[in-house]
Design a protein around this ligand. Structure first.
Ligand code: C2E
Ligand code: CA
Ligand code: CA
Ligand code: CA
Length: 278
């Protein structure tokens, strides 16, 4: 048994070592991925729950690695955050999504809002608001058609600077959504203290609808609170009719999820937009 235990430890540390090497290799490759055009955006429609029509799209990044399948953002965004590449990626996503939006507006003959995930490190740049302004002006879209999704952890480092930047962005007409709402323990404080226009209710809440009464009570309370604060609620991860009708009944404003559409590359989304806007 002792022998076995020792072997286990050996195998374990070996696996950790391999993982570290793989992560370093990925970090090196990610560095080139932007220039080589390997990063790509999929988009998921965001729906007005009252009309069940599309109001906008969330851009979700993927990495088309030359030797692997599509790599999930869960895998490489943390690496990008640790290596400082994230800021460049955030700006690339914004620009690409803005350009794509212009194409779609022609397709649907409407104006869709584009929602972009913007992670923490970017908010350490005091001139972030100007950088964003430049991109939006260059691409020629209306700032009110742009939403930035941020998470609570974004601001743990420098709350004052973060709030300052958010206020500048809002002044330009950009809207701010607090992502993954309800997963952190200080959520309610942030809801009141951060200048935000919307909260995205985490999928963990939505997929328990119909299974846990306590959970439904919380969802209802969050929506009422947000309404009182004049904040929009977007439900994430709506997968079935039951969840949808519960959310409609309690007056949730918007939602997204597999029930309406999965995230897809632009050529597929173009068809989804036609369906969801008519
Ligand atoms: P998120 O912002 O919370 O995005 C929602 C995730 O839920 C997406 O995963 C989406 O594909 C998935 N999802 C949407 N509807 C459903 C549903 O009905 N059921 C289920 N089971 N899942 C659903 P994805 O695309 O893998 O993205 C994961 C996370 O990676 C995102 O979470 C976001 O935090 C981050 N991320 C994605 N794109 C970007 C980006 O461009 N920049 C940055 N900084 N982070 C990004
Ligand atoms: Ca998001
Ligand atoms: Ca989220
Ligand atoms: Ca999430």
């Amino acid at each position: 048994a002792k022998e076995q235990g020792r072997n286990k430890i050996f195998i374990y540390s070996n696996a950790m070592q391999e993982k570290r090497v793989a992560t370093m290799e990925l970090a090196n490759q990610l560095h080139n991925a932007i220039n080589k055009g390997e990063l790509t955006l999929h988009y998921q429609p965001i729906i007005d729950l009252k009309t069940e029509k599309i109001t906008g799209l969330e851009a979700l990044i993927r990495w088309q690695h030359p030797e692997k399948d599509l790599i999930s953002p869960m895998e490489f965004i943390p690496i990008a955050e640790n290596t400082g590449l994230i800021h460049q990626i955030n700006l690339w996503v914004l620009k690409t999504a803005c350009l794509q939006k212009k194409i779609w507006d022609k397709v649907c003959n409407c104006s869709l809002k584009i929602s972009v995930n913007f992670s923490c490190k970017s908010f350490e740049y005091p001139d972030l608001a100007e950088q964003i302004k430049n991109i939006i002006e260059e691409t020629g879209i209306n700032p009110t058609d742009v939403q930035l999704e941020i998470t609570e952890t974004t601001f743990l480092d420098n709350l004052q600077l973060g709030i300052e930047i958010l206020k500048k962005l809002q002044k330009m007409g950009i809207t701010i959504a607090l992502d993954d709402f309800g997963t952190g323990y200080s959520s309610l404080t942030y809801l009141i203290n951060l200048p935000i226009d919307a909260v995205k209710l985490d999928r963990d809440f939505i997929n328990k609808i119909g299974h846990r009464k306590e959970n439904e009570i919380i969802v209802k309370a969050i929506i009422e609170l947000a309404k009182a604060l004049n904040i929009q609620v977007v439900a994430e991860g709506i997968e079935n009719r039951e969840q949808l009708s519960f959310l409609k009944n309690i007056g949730c404003h918007q939602g997204q999820g597999y029930h309406f559409s999965k995230p897809y590359p632009p050529y597929v989304i173009e068809e989804q937009i036609k369906i969801l806007s008519s």
